[in-house]
Write a protein that binds this ligand. Structure first.
Ligand code: HEM
Length: 391
């Protein structure tokens, strides 16, 4: 282990906060008010990140009033995940270079790296993305400039003040709503970079690692429908159906009802459905590969009608013709559900009409089955006398 490539401030916060939390749970009584406030503050700061840092500033998936932006920024600061400028820069790089060496949280480097390793170990990343929209915003510049003291205040001091003033639990506010809440929140957010790239379905595309998973969505305020998100990052939703668990989407939508958010962007349903169909088709192709569909039409040898006749005479093969394809039914004679007789009289003849309704209009099962009996392609046609219509 090399110590010179460790980002010590991150390492210390990420190691110390769980230890302090464990000691707190073991030694400090958790008051009911403090517990519920911690849960509230967990959601407030967590959803600040998902609605603010992520869906608003990183992807501009909706527009928001200044008051909404300020509340989100305050919440994000309490999540202690770096300044908005830093977070969005990394996130835009992640989307542009997903799964490559330039992706800061590259999931292909393993679960640990994408979850927390990238925060602890220094690594040079020369990838560039445009964040001029953030740099030109005074509130973003302010938060970036004074990030450290603001983060300490919003993450620890503010919850202590609330719990202290409201129900006289200064220590509980600091330790539970501050420190312990932060530990849960950190790992919940980190799961978006790790878990959401490992477990779940490739609903819309399997080119890259992001996946859709309900459990991950539960842990991450709805960000677990991550395959959708990477395909359609400009959509304010991560889960398309209104009832699918995505509280971030619900919050943004609620904000739009009172004018705090507006111009909520959604990707055209037609295009989303195309993604789903693309993946279903891929799955079907994979299933088809496991089945015997016989020799592909273009790989079949060509035979004239006379050659078909001599093959039958010389080799004893039981060949018949349907729609200019020669089928070898030798092994099928005894198993034909329509009886051996019908096949016997069909040998050496074009039975296209009989097969398609002249005698019996075969179901799909027969049409599938006959693919594995393909023998040759007929060239030059069939003499009228060799065509059977009704038997
Ligand atoms: C490669 C050629 C053929 C294959 C693979 C095949 C396969 C089948 C299969 C799987 C069925 C069951 C029902 C269905 O799938 O529709 C069936 C039924 C039948 N087949 Fe064929 N068949 C072939 C050619 C023929 C020909 C050339 C005739 C007549 C000249 C014929 C006459 C019938 C009849 C009458 C039935 C209906 C049996 C009944 O349910 O009463 N088949 N065939």
């Amino acid at each position: 282990m090399r110590f010179d490539n460790i980002i010590w401030p991150n390492a210390i916060v990420l190691a110390a906060t769980p230890v302090i939390s464990l000691i707190s749970f073991a030694t400090v009584p958790l008051q009911t008010e403090t517990f519920w406030f911690s849960v509230f503050y967990y959601f407030f700061t967590g959803m600040g990140v998902t609605t603010g840092y992520h869906r608003y500033w990183s992807h501009r998936s909706y527009e928001a009033s200044r008051i909404w932006q300020i509340i989100c920024l305050a919440a994000c600061t309490g999540a202690m995940q770096g300044s908005c400028k830093w977070w969005v820069h990394g996130h835009r790089i992640h989307h542009r270079f997903t799964d490559t060496d330039k992706d800061p949280y590259n999931a292909n480097r393993g679960f640990f790296w994408s979850h927390i390793g990238w925060l602890i170990f220094k690594e040079e990343n020369t990838a560039k993305v445009d964040i001029s929209d953030l740099v030109s915003d005074p509130i973003i510049r302010f938060q970036d400039k004074y990030y450290e003291p603001l983060a300490v205040f919003m993450a620890f001091i503010f919850p202590a003040i609330v719990a202290g003033l409201a129900w006289d639990d200064w220590v509980g506010g600091l330790l539970f709503a501050g420190v312990a809440r932060l530990v849960f929140l950190h790992h919940s957010t980190f799961c978006i970079n790790s878990l959401a790239h490992y477990y779940g379905d490739h609903t819309f595309d399997d080119k890259r690692t992001p996946r859709d998973n309900f459990i991950t969505a539960l842990i991450t305020f709805g960000e677990g429908y991550h395959n959708f998100h990477h395909e359609f990052p400009g959509d304010y939703r991560n889960a398309i159906k209104f009832y699918q668990y995505d509280p971030t989407k619900w919050l943004i939508w609620l904000g739009s009802l009172v004018g705090l958010t507006y111009n909520l962007k959604v990707f055209p349903t037609n295009e989303i459905e195309k993604g789903k169909i693309y993946m279903r088709e891929k799955k079907i192709q994979a299933m088809k590969k496991k089945l015997d569909y016989g020799v592909a039409l273009e790989e079949l040898p060509s035979l004239t009608f006379a050659e078909v006749k001599s093959k039958i005479a010389e080799s004893g093969r039981q060949l018949l013709i349907i729609s200019d394809i020669v089928y070898d039914v030798t092994k099928f004679m005894d198993d034909h559900p329509g009886g051996k007789g019908f096949l016997k009289v069909s040998i050496g003849r074009d039975v296209t009409v009989s097969f398609n309704g002249g005698v019996y209009d075969h179901a799909n099962a027969a049409r599938n089955l006959m693919q594995s009996m393909r023998y040759a392609r007929l060239i030059g046609g069939v003499p009228t006398s060799a065509k059977a219509e009704e038997m």
